[in-house]
Design a protein around this ligand. Structure first.
Ligand SMILES: [Zn+2]
Ligand SMILES: [Zn+2]
Length: 414
């Protein structure tokens, strides 16, 4: 079978809360386009609401300086605001580094029609604790910590009860989320000098990890680690395929090797072979457009992590799986993927999705990364480069993650 596909662009992606619920709601078709499913209603930011939010911000919270997008141009510029007054279980964090995820780009450009401007992006945050509320038990001032994709959940639903808080319908995103515990104010992310979050959504960063290289693990890292654990793709000797070598894929390769697995990178671009094998430690490299190579690898893999967000055929990838093998989709092409029954039924194969990971998974992932010295490959930038970085990210011109030196940018100069 031919495998002529568009360029495989590995792009981290997360659905905004509520997007999944809209799938199936389209009139006339049980299969609305994913792009339609992602079109969330534009929030009505009434004057009253803005004033209410402004009033809340004036009630004694810590002054914060961030960079925000004010409209769908997505251009970021300095923005002064106040963090919420810390609650009993809140941790105040001085932000040191914040990674740039492709989701940030979608949000600041209002691609999902849910931007609540001004938007302060950032959910791959590493920082140091500067203060704790009276009820905080797990952290103290001086601790190095991380905050990922979300800073709240309902803590009472079935998912929360099982520790799968990343699948809670009441999830509160770290950036551009709705802070229910604070009058519905929009949350502002890690492109800022200070953050206040409940200790339940803060993770400890083990000693010895390079903090700039750790920041992307808070989103990209846990997004691949979590499904690897859930589907048993963490056992020595098993064979893992990683589709797309970007922010997510390159970390998946590192985790796979640290688990003792055989790892094969699957890409459209032969130019990434050397990087994959020599620098990231992959065992093999498969060019997805090469029918002979794909045929030779048929039925050899226990699992595949597909990180590609551009539309691409998955049938040839499913053919690489052994019987009962598992593919996990962590990218999200806007056009529906094609899944012919013959690709999964005869081999009893599975196709699953995954959206980031729980706080528990995130902590376990960091412990694992600490033990094996795993960090993302990063390009560290100052905040005043962020708009250029966003332009480059849009073209996937980064190896493999931009990380903002927040403390080094906003600490004194701004
Ligand atoms: Zn992300
Ligand atoms: Zn919940």
């Amino acid at each position: 079978m031919s495998y002529h596909c568009r360029v495989l662009v590995p792009v981290p992606f997360h659905y905004p809360p509520g997007a999944g619920a809209r799938v199936g709601a389209g009139a006339g078709s049980p299969f609305p386009s994913a792009s339609r499913a992602l079109r969330l209603p534009r929030p009505r930011a009434s004057v009253e609401k803005r004033e209410q939010v402004a009033a809340m911000e004036e009630q004694g919270g810590q002054a914060a300086l961030g960079w925000a997008a004010r409209d769908d141009s997505g251009v970021l510029s300095p923005y002064s605001f106040s963090r919420r007054v810390p609650k009993d279980d809140d941790v105040t964090i001085k932000v040191l580094y914040c990674g740039i995820c492709h989701t940030d780009l979608h949000v600041i450009k209002n691609d999902w029609r849910n931007a609540m401007y001004p938007v302060v992006p950032g959910h791959e945050i590493v920082g140091v604790v500067t203060g704790v509320g009276g009820g905080v038990t797990r952290f103290k001032a001086g601790d190095t910590v991380g905050v990922g994709y979300f800073v709240g959940s309902c803590r009472s639903c079935d998912s929360c009860g099982k520790g799968d808080d990343n699948y809670c319908a009441g999830i509160v995103l770290t950036s551009n989320g709705v802070d229910h515990a604070h009058g519905g104010a929009p949350t502002r992310g890690g492109f800022s000098d200070v953050l206040v979050a409940s200790e339940h959504y803060v993770v400890r960063v083990p000693d010895g990890l390079a903090l700039d290289r750790t920041a992307p693990l808070l989103c990209a890292g846990v997004t691949v680690y979590s499904p690897m654990m859930r589907h048993g793709l963490n056992e020595p000797g098993k064979h893992l395929g990683v589709v797309g070598l970007g922010g997510l894929g390159h970390v998946a390769v590192k985790f796979g090797k640290a688990f003792g697995m055989k790892v094969t990178v699957i890409s459209t671009s032969a130019s990434k072979r050397q990087e994959a094998i020599e620098n990231l430690g992959a065992d093999e490299f498969l060019i997805s457009r090469d029918e002979d190579q794909m045929k030779a690898a048929t039925g050899t893999m226990d699992g595949i992590i597909d990180t590609v967000s551009a539309w691409h055929p998955i049938t040839p990838l499913l053919a690489l799986l052994k019987p009962l093998g598992q593919m996990v989709v962590v990218g999200a092409p806007s056009k529906p993927l094609e899944l012919p029954a013959y690709a999964i039924v005869p081999g009893g194969k599975g196709v699953a999705g995954n959206n980031v990971g729980s706080v528990r998974d995130c902590q376990a992932m960091l412990e694992f990364a600490g033990k094996h010295g795993i960090g993302a490959e990063v390009e560290v930038i100052k905040m005043d480069y962020v708009n250029t970085a966003m332009e480059r990210l849009e073209k996937n011109d980064v190896r493999y993650r931009f990380v903002i030196d927040v403390a080094g940018s906003l600490g004194s100069a701004a």
